[in-house]
Design a protein around this ligand. Structure first.
Ligand SMILES: C[S@@+](CC[C@H](N)C(=O)[O-])C[C@H]1O[C@@H](n2cnc3c(N)ncnc32)[C@H](O)[C@@H]1O
Length: 245
């Protein structure tokens, strides 16, 4: 597993090109909500559950913890968190797509999860409220990555961790080529069969704009996290940023 880490104080400035408008992102996720879970399972061959479970583990959510899942979508990670925190804990899932939240709510009515329609850039919580936070495939989609990290930092208690899972560009040129082939020849055509070509063709350019693991570490430190490490997983095709307040 490759790893990039920095300690506070070594930030270098980044030039991250601007992503699409928030309303476009919201509309995409509302539109794909009915097929989203089926596509995720098919396109990752079910492996996304393993990567999501790793993020939950690295967030250090425990029995009794109060946890936040930012950009929760249809609620996979919030569900995993809820199982981790048990009946004495509490989980909040926040997303700005009402369609994704409707599915999340229907999938897990028995779990101690509160679903909130809200903006990751203006989280509706007091400072230092949570014991742990997760974000899965959300950071690449927010319009302001630094502001999003800053909000997560703000709502975490001192010493708490955030684990942020997303795509990553592998360092190996062969794996990079495989990843691009997979996106172009498997992901996009599969989505096309469900009438969602444009929505999934968006992954590749969003990944090109996305900061590398070490750039994510720098951004986390810049917004105030004390420590940050980026773990490249799945041959470097995915990554988890673990940041501690
Ligand atoms: C790729 S989905 C990931 C969903 C889920 N976490 C998962 O791993 O399956 C990205 C989610 O981020 C949400 N999102 C993007 N920007 C957001 C923002 N500023 N505030 C709240 N949600 C946002 C979208 O609505 C979408 O549900």
């Amino acid at each position: 597993m490759a790893e990039s880490a920095r300690i506070k104080g070594s930030f270098k400035s980044l030039n991250v090109s601007s992503p699409p408008q928030a309303q476009e992102i919201q509309a995409i996720f509302d539109r794909i909500a009915p097929q989203y879970d089926q596509l995720n399972n098919g396109l990752s061959l079910g492996l996304h559950w393993i990567w999501k479970q790793m993020a939950v583990k690295w967030s250090q959510a425990r029995a009794g913890s109060i946890c936040l899942d930012v950009c929760c979508g249809s609620g996979d990670v919030a569900q995993l968190l809820a199982r981790q925190v048990g009946t004495t804990g509490k989980v909040y899932g926040v997303d700005f797509s009402s369609q994704q939240l409707a599915i999340a709510q229907a999938r897990a009515p028995h779990l101690p999860i509160t679903w909130i329609e809200g903006d990751a850039l203006h989280l509706p919580f007091a400072d230092q409220h949570f014991d742990a936070a997760t974000m899965s495939y959300g950071l690449r989609n927010v319009v302001d990555i630094s502001a999003s990290l800053e909000e997560i930092h703000r709502v975490l208690k001192p010493g708490a961790k955030a684990a942020i899972l997303d795509f990553n560009r592998p360092q190996s040129s062969q794996l990079r080529a495989f990843q691009q082939w997979y996106l172009d020849h498997f992901v996009v055509p599969t989505a096309q069969r469900l009438g969602l070509r444009e929505e999934y063709a968006y992954i590749s350019p969003s990944l090109d704009r996305f900061p590398t693991g070490s750039e994510q570490v720098d951004l986390a430190l810049q917004v105030g996290f004390e420590k940050a490490v980026h773990y490249a997983i799945a041959g470097g095709m995915m990554g988890v940023l673990v940041a501690q307040t």
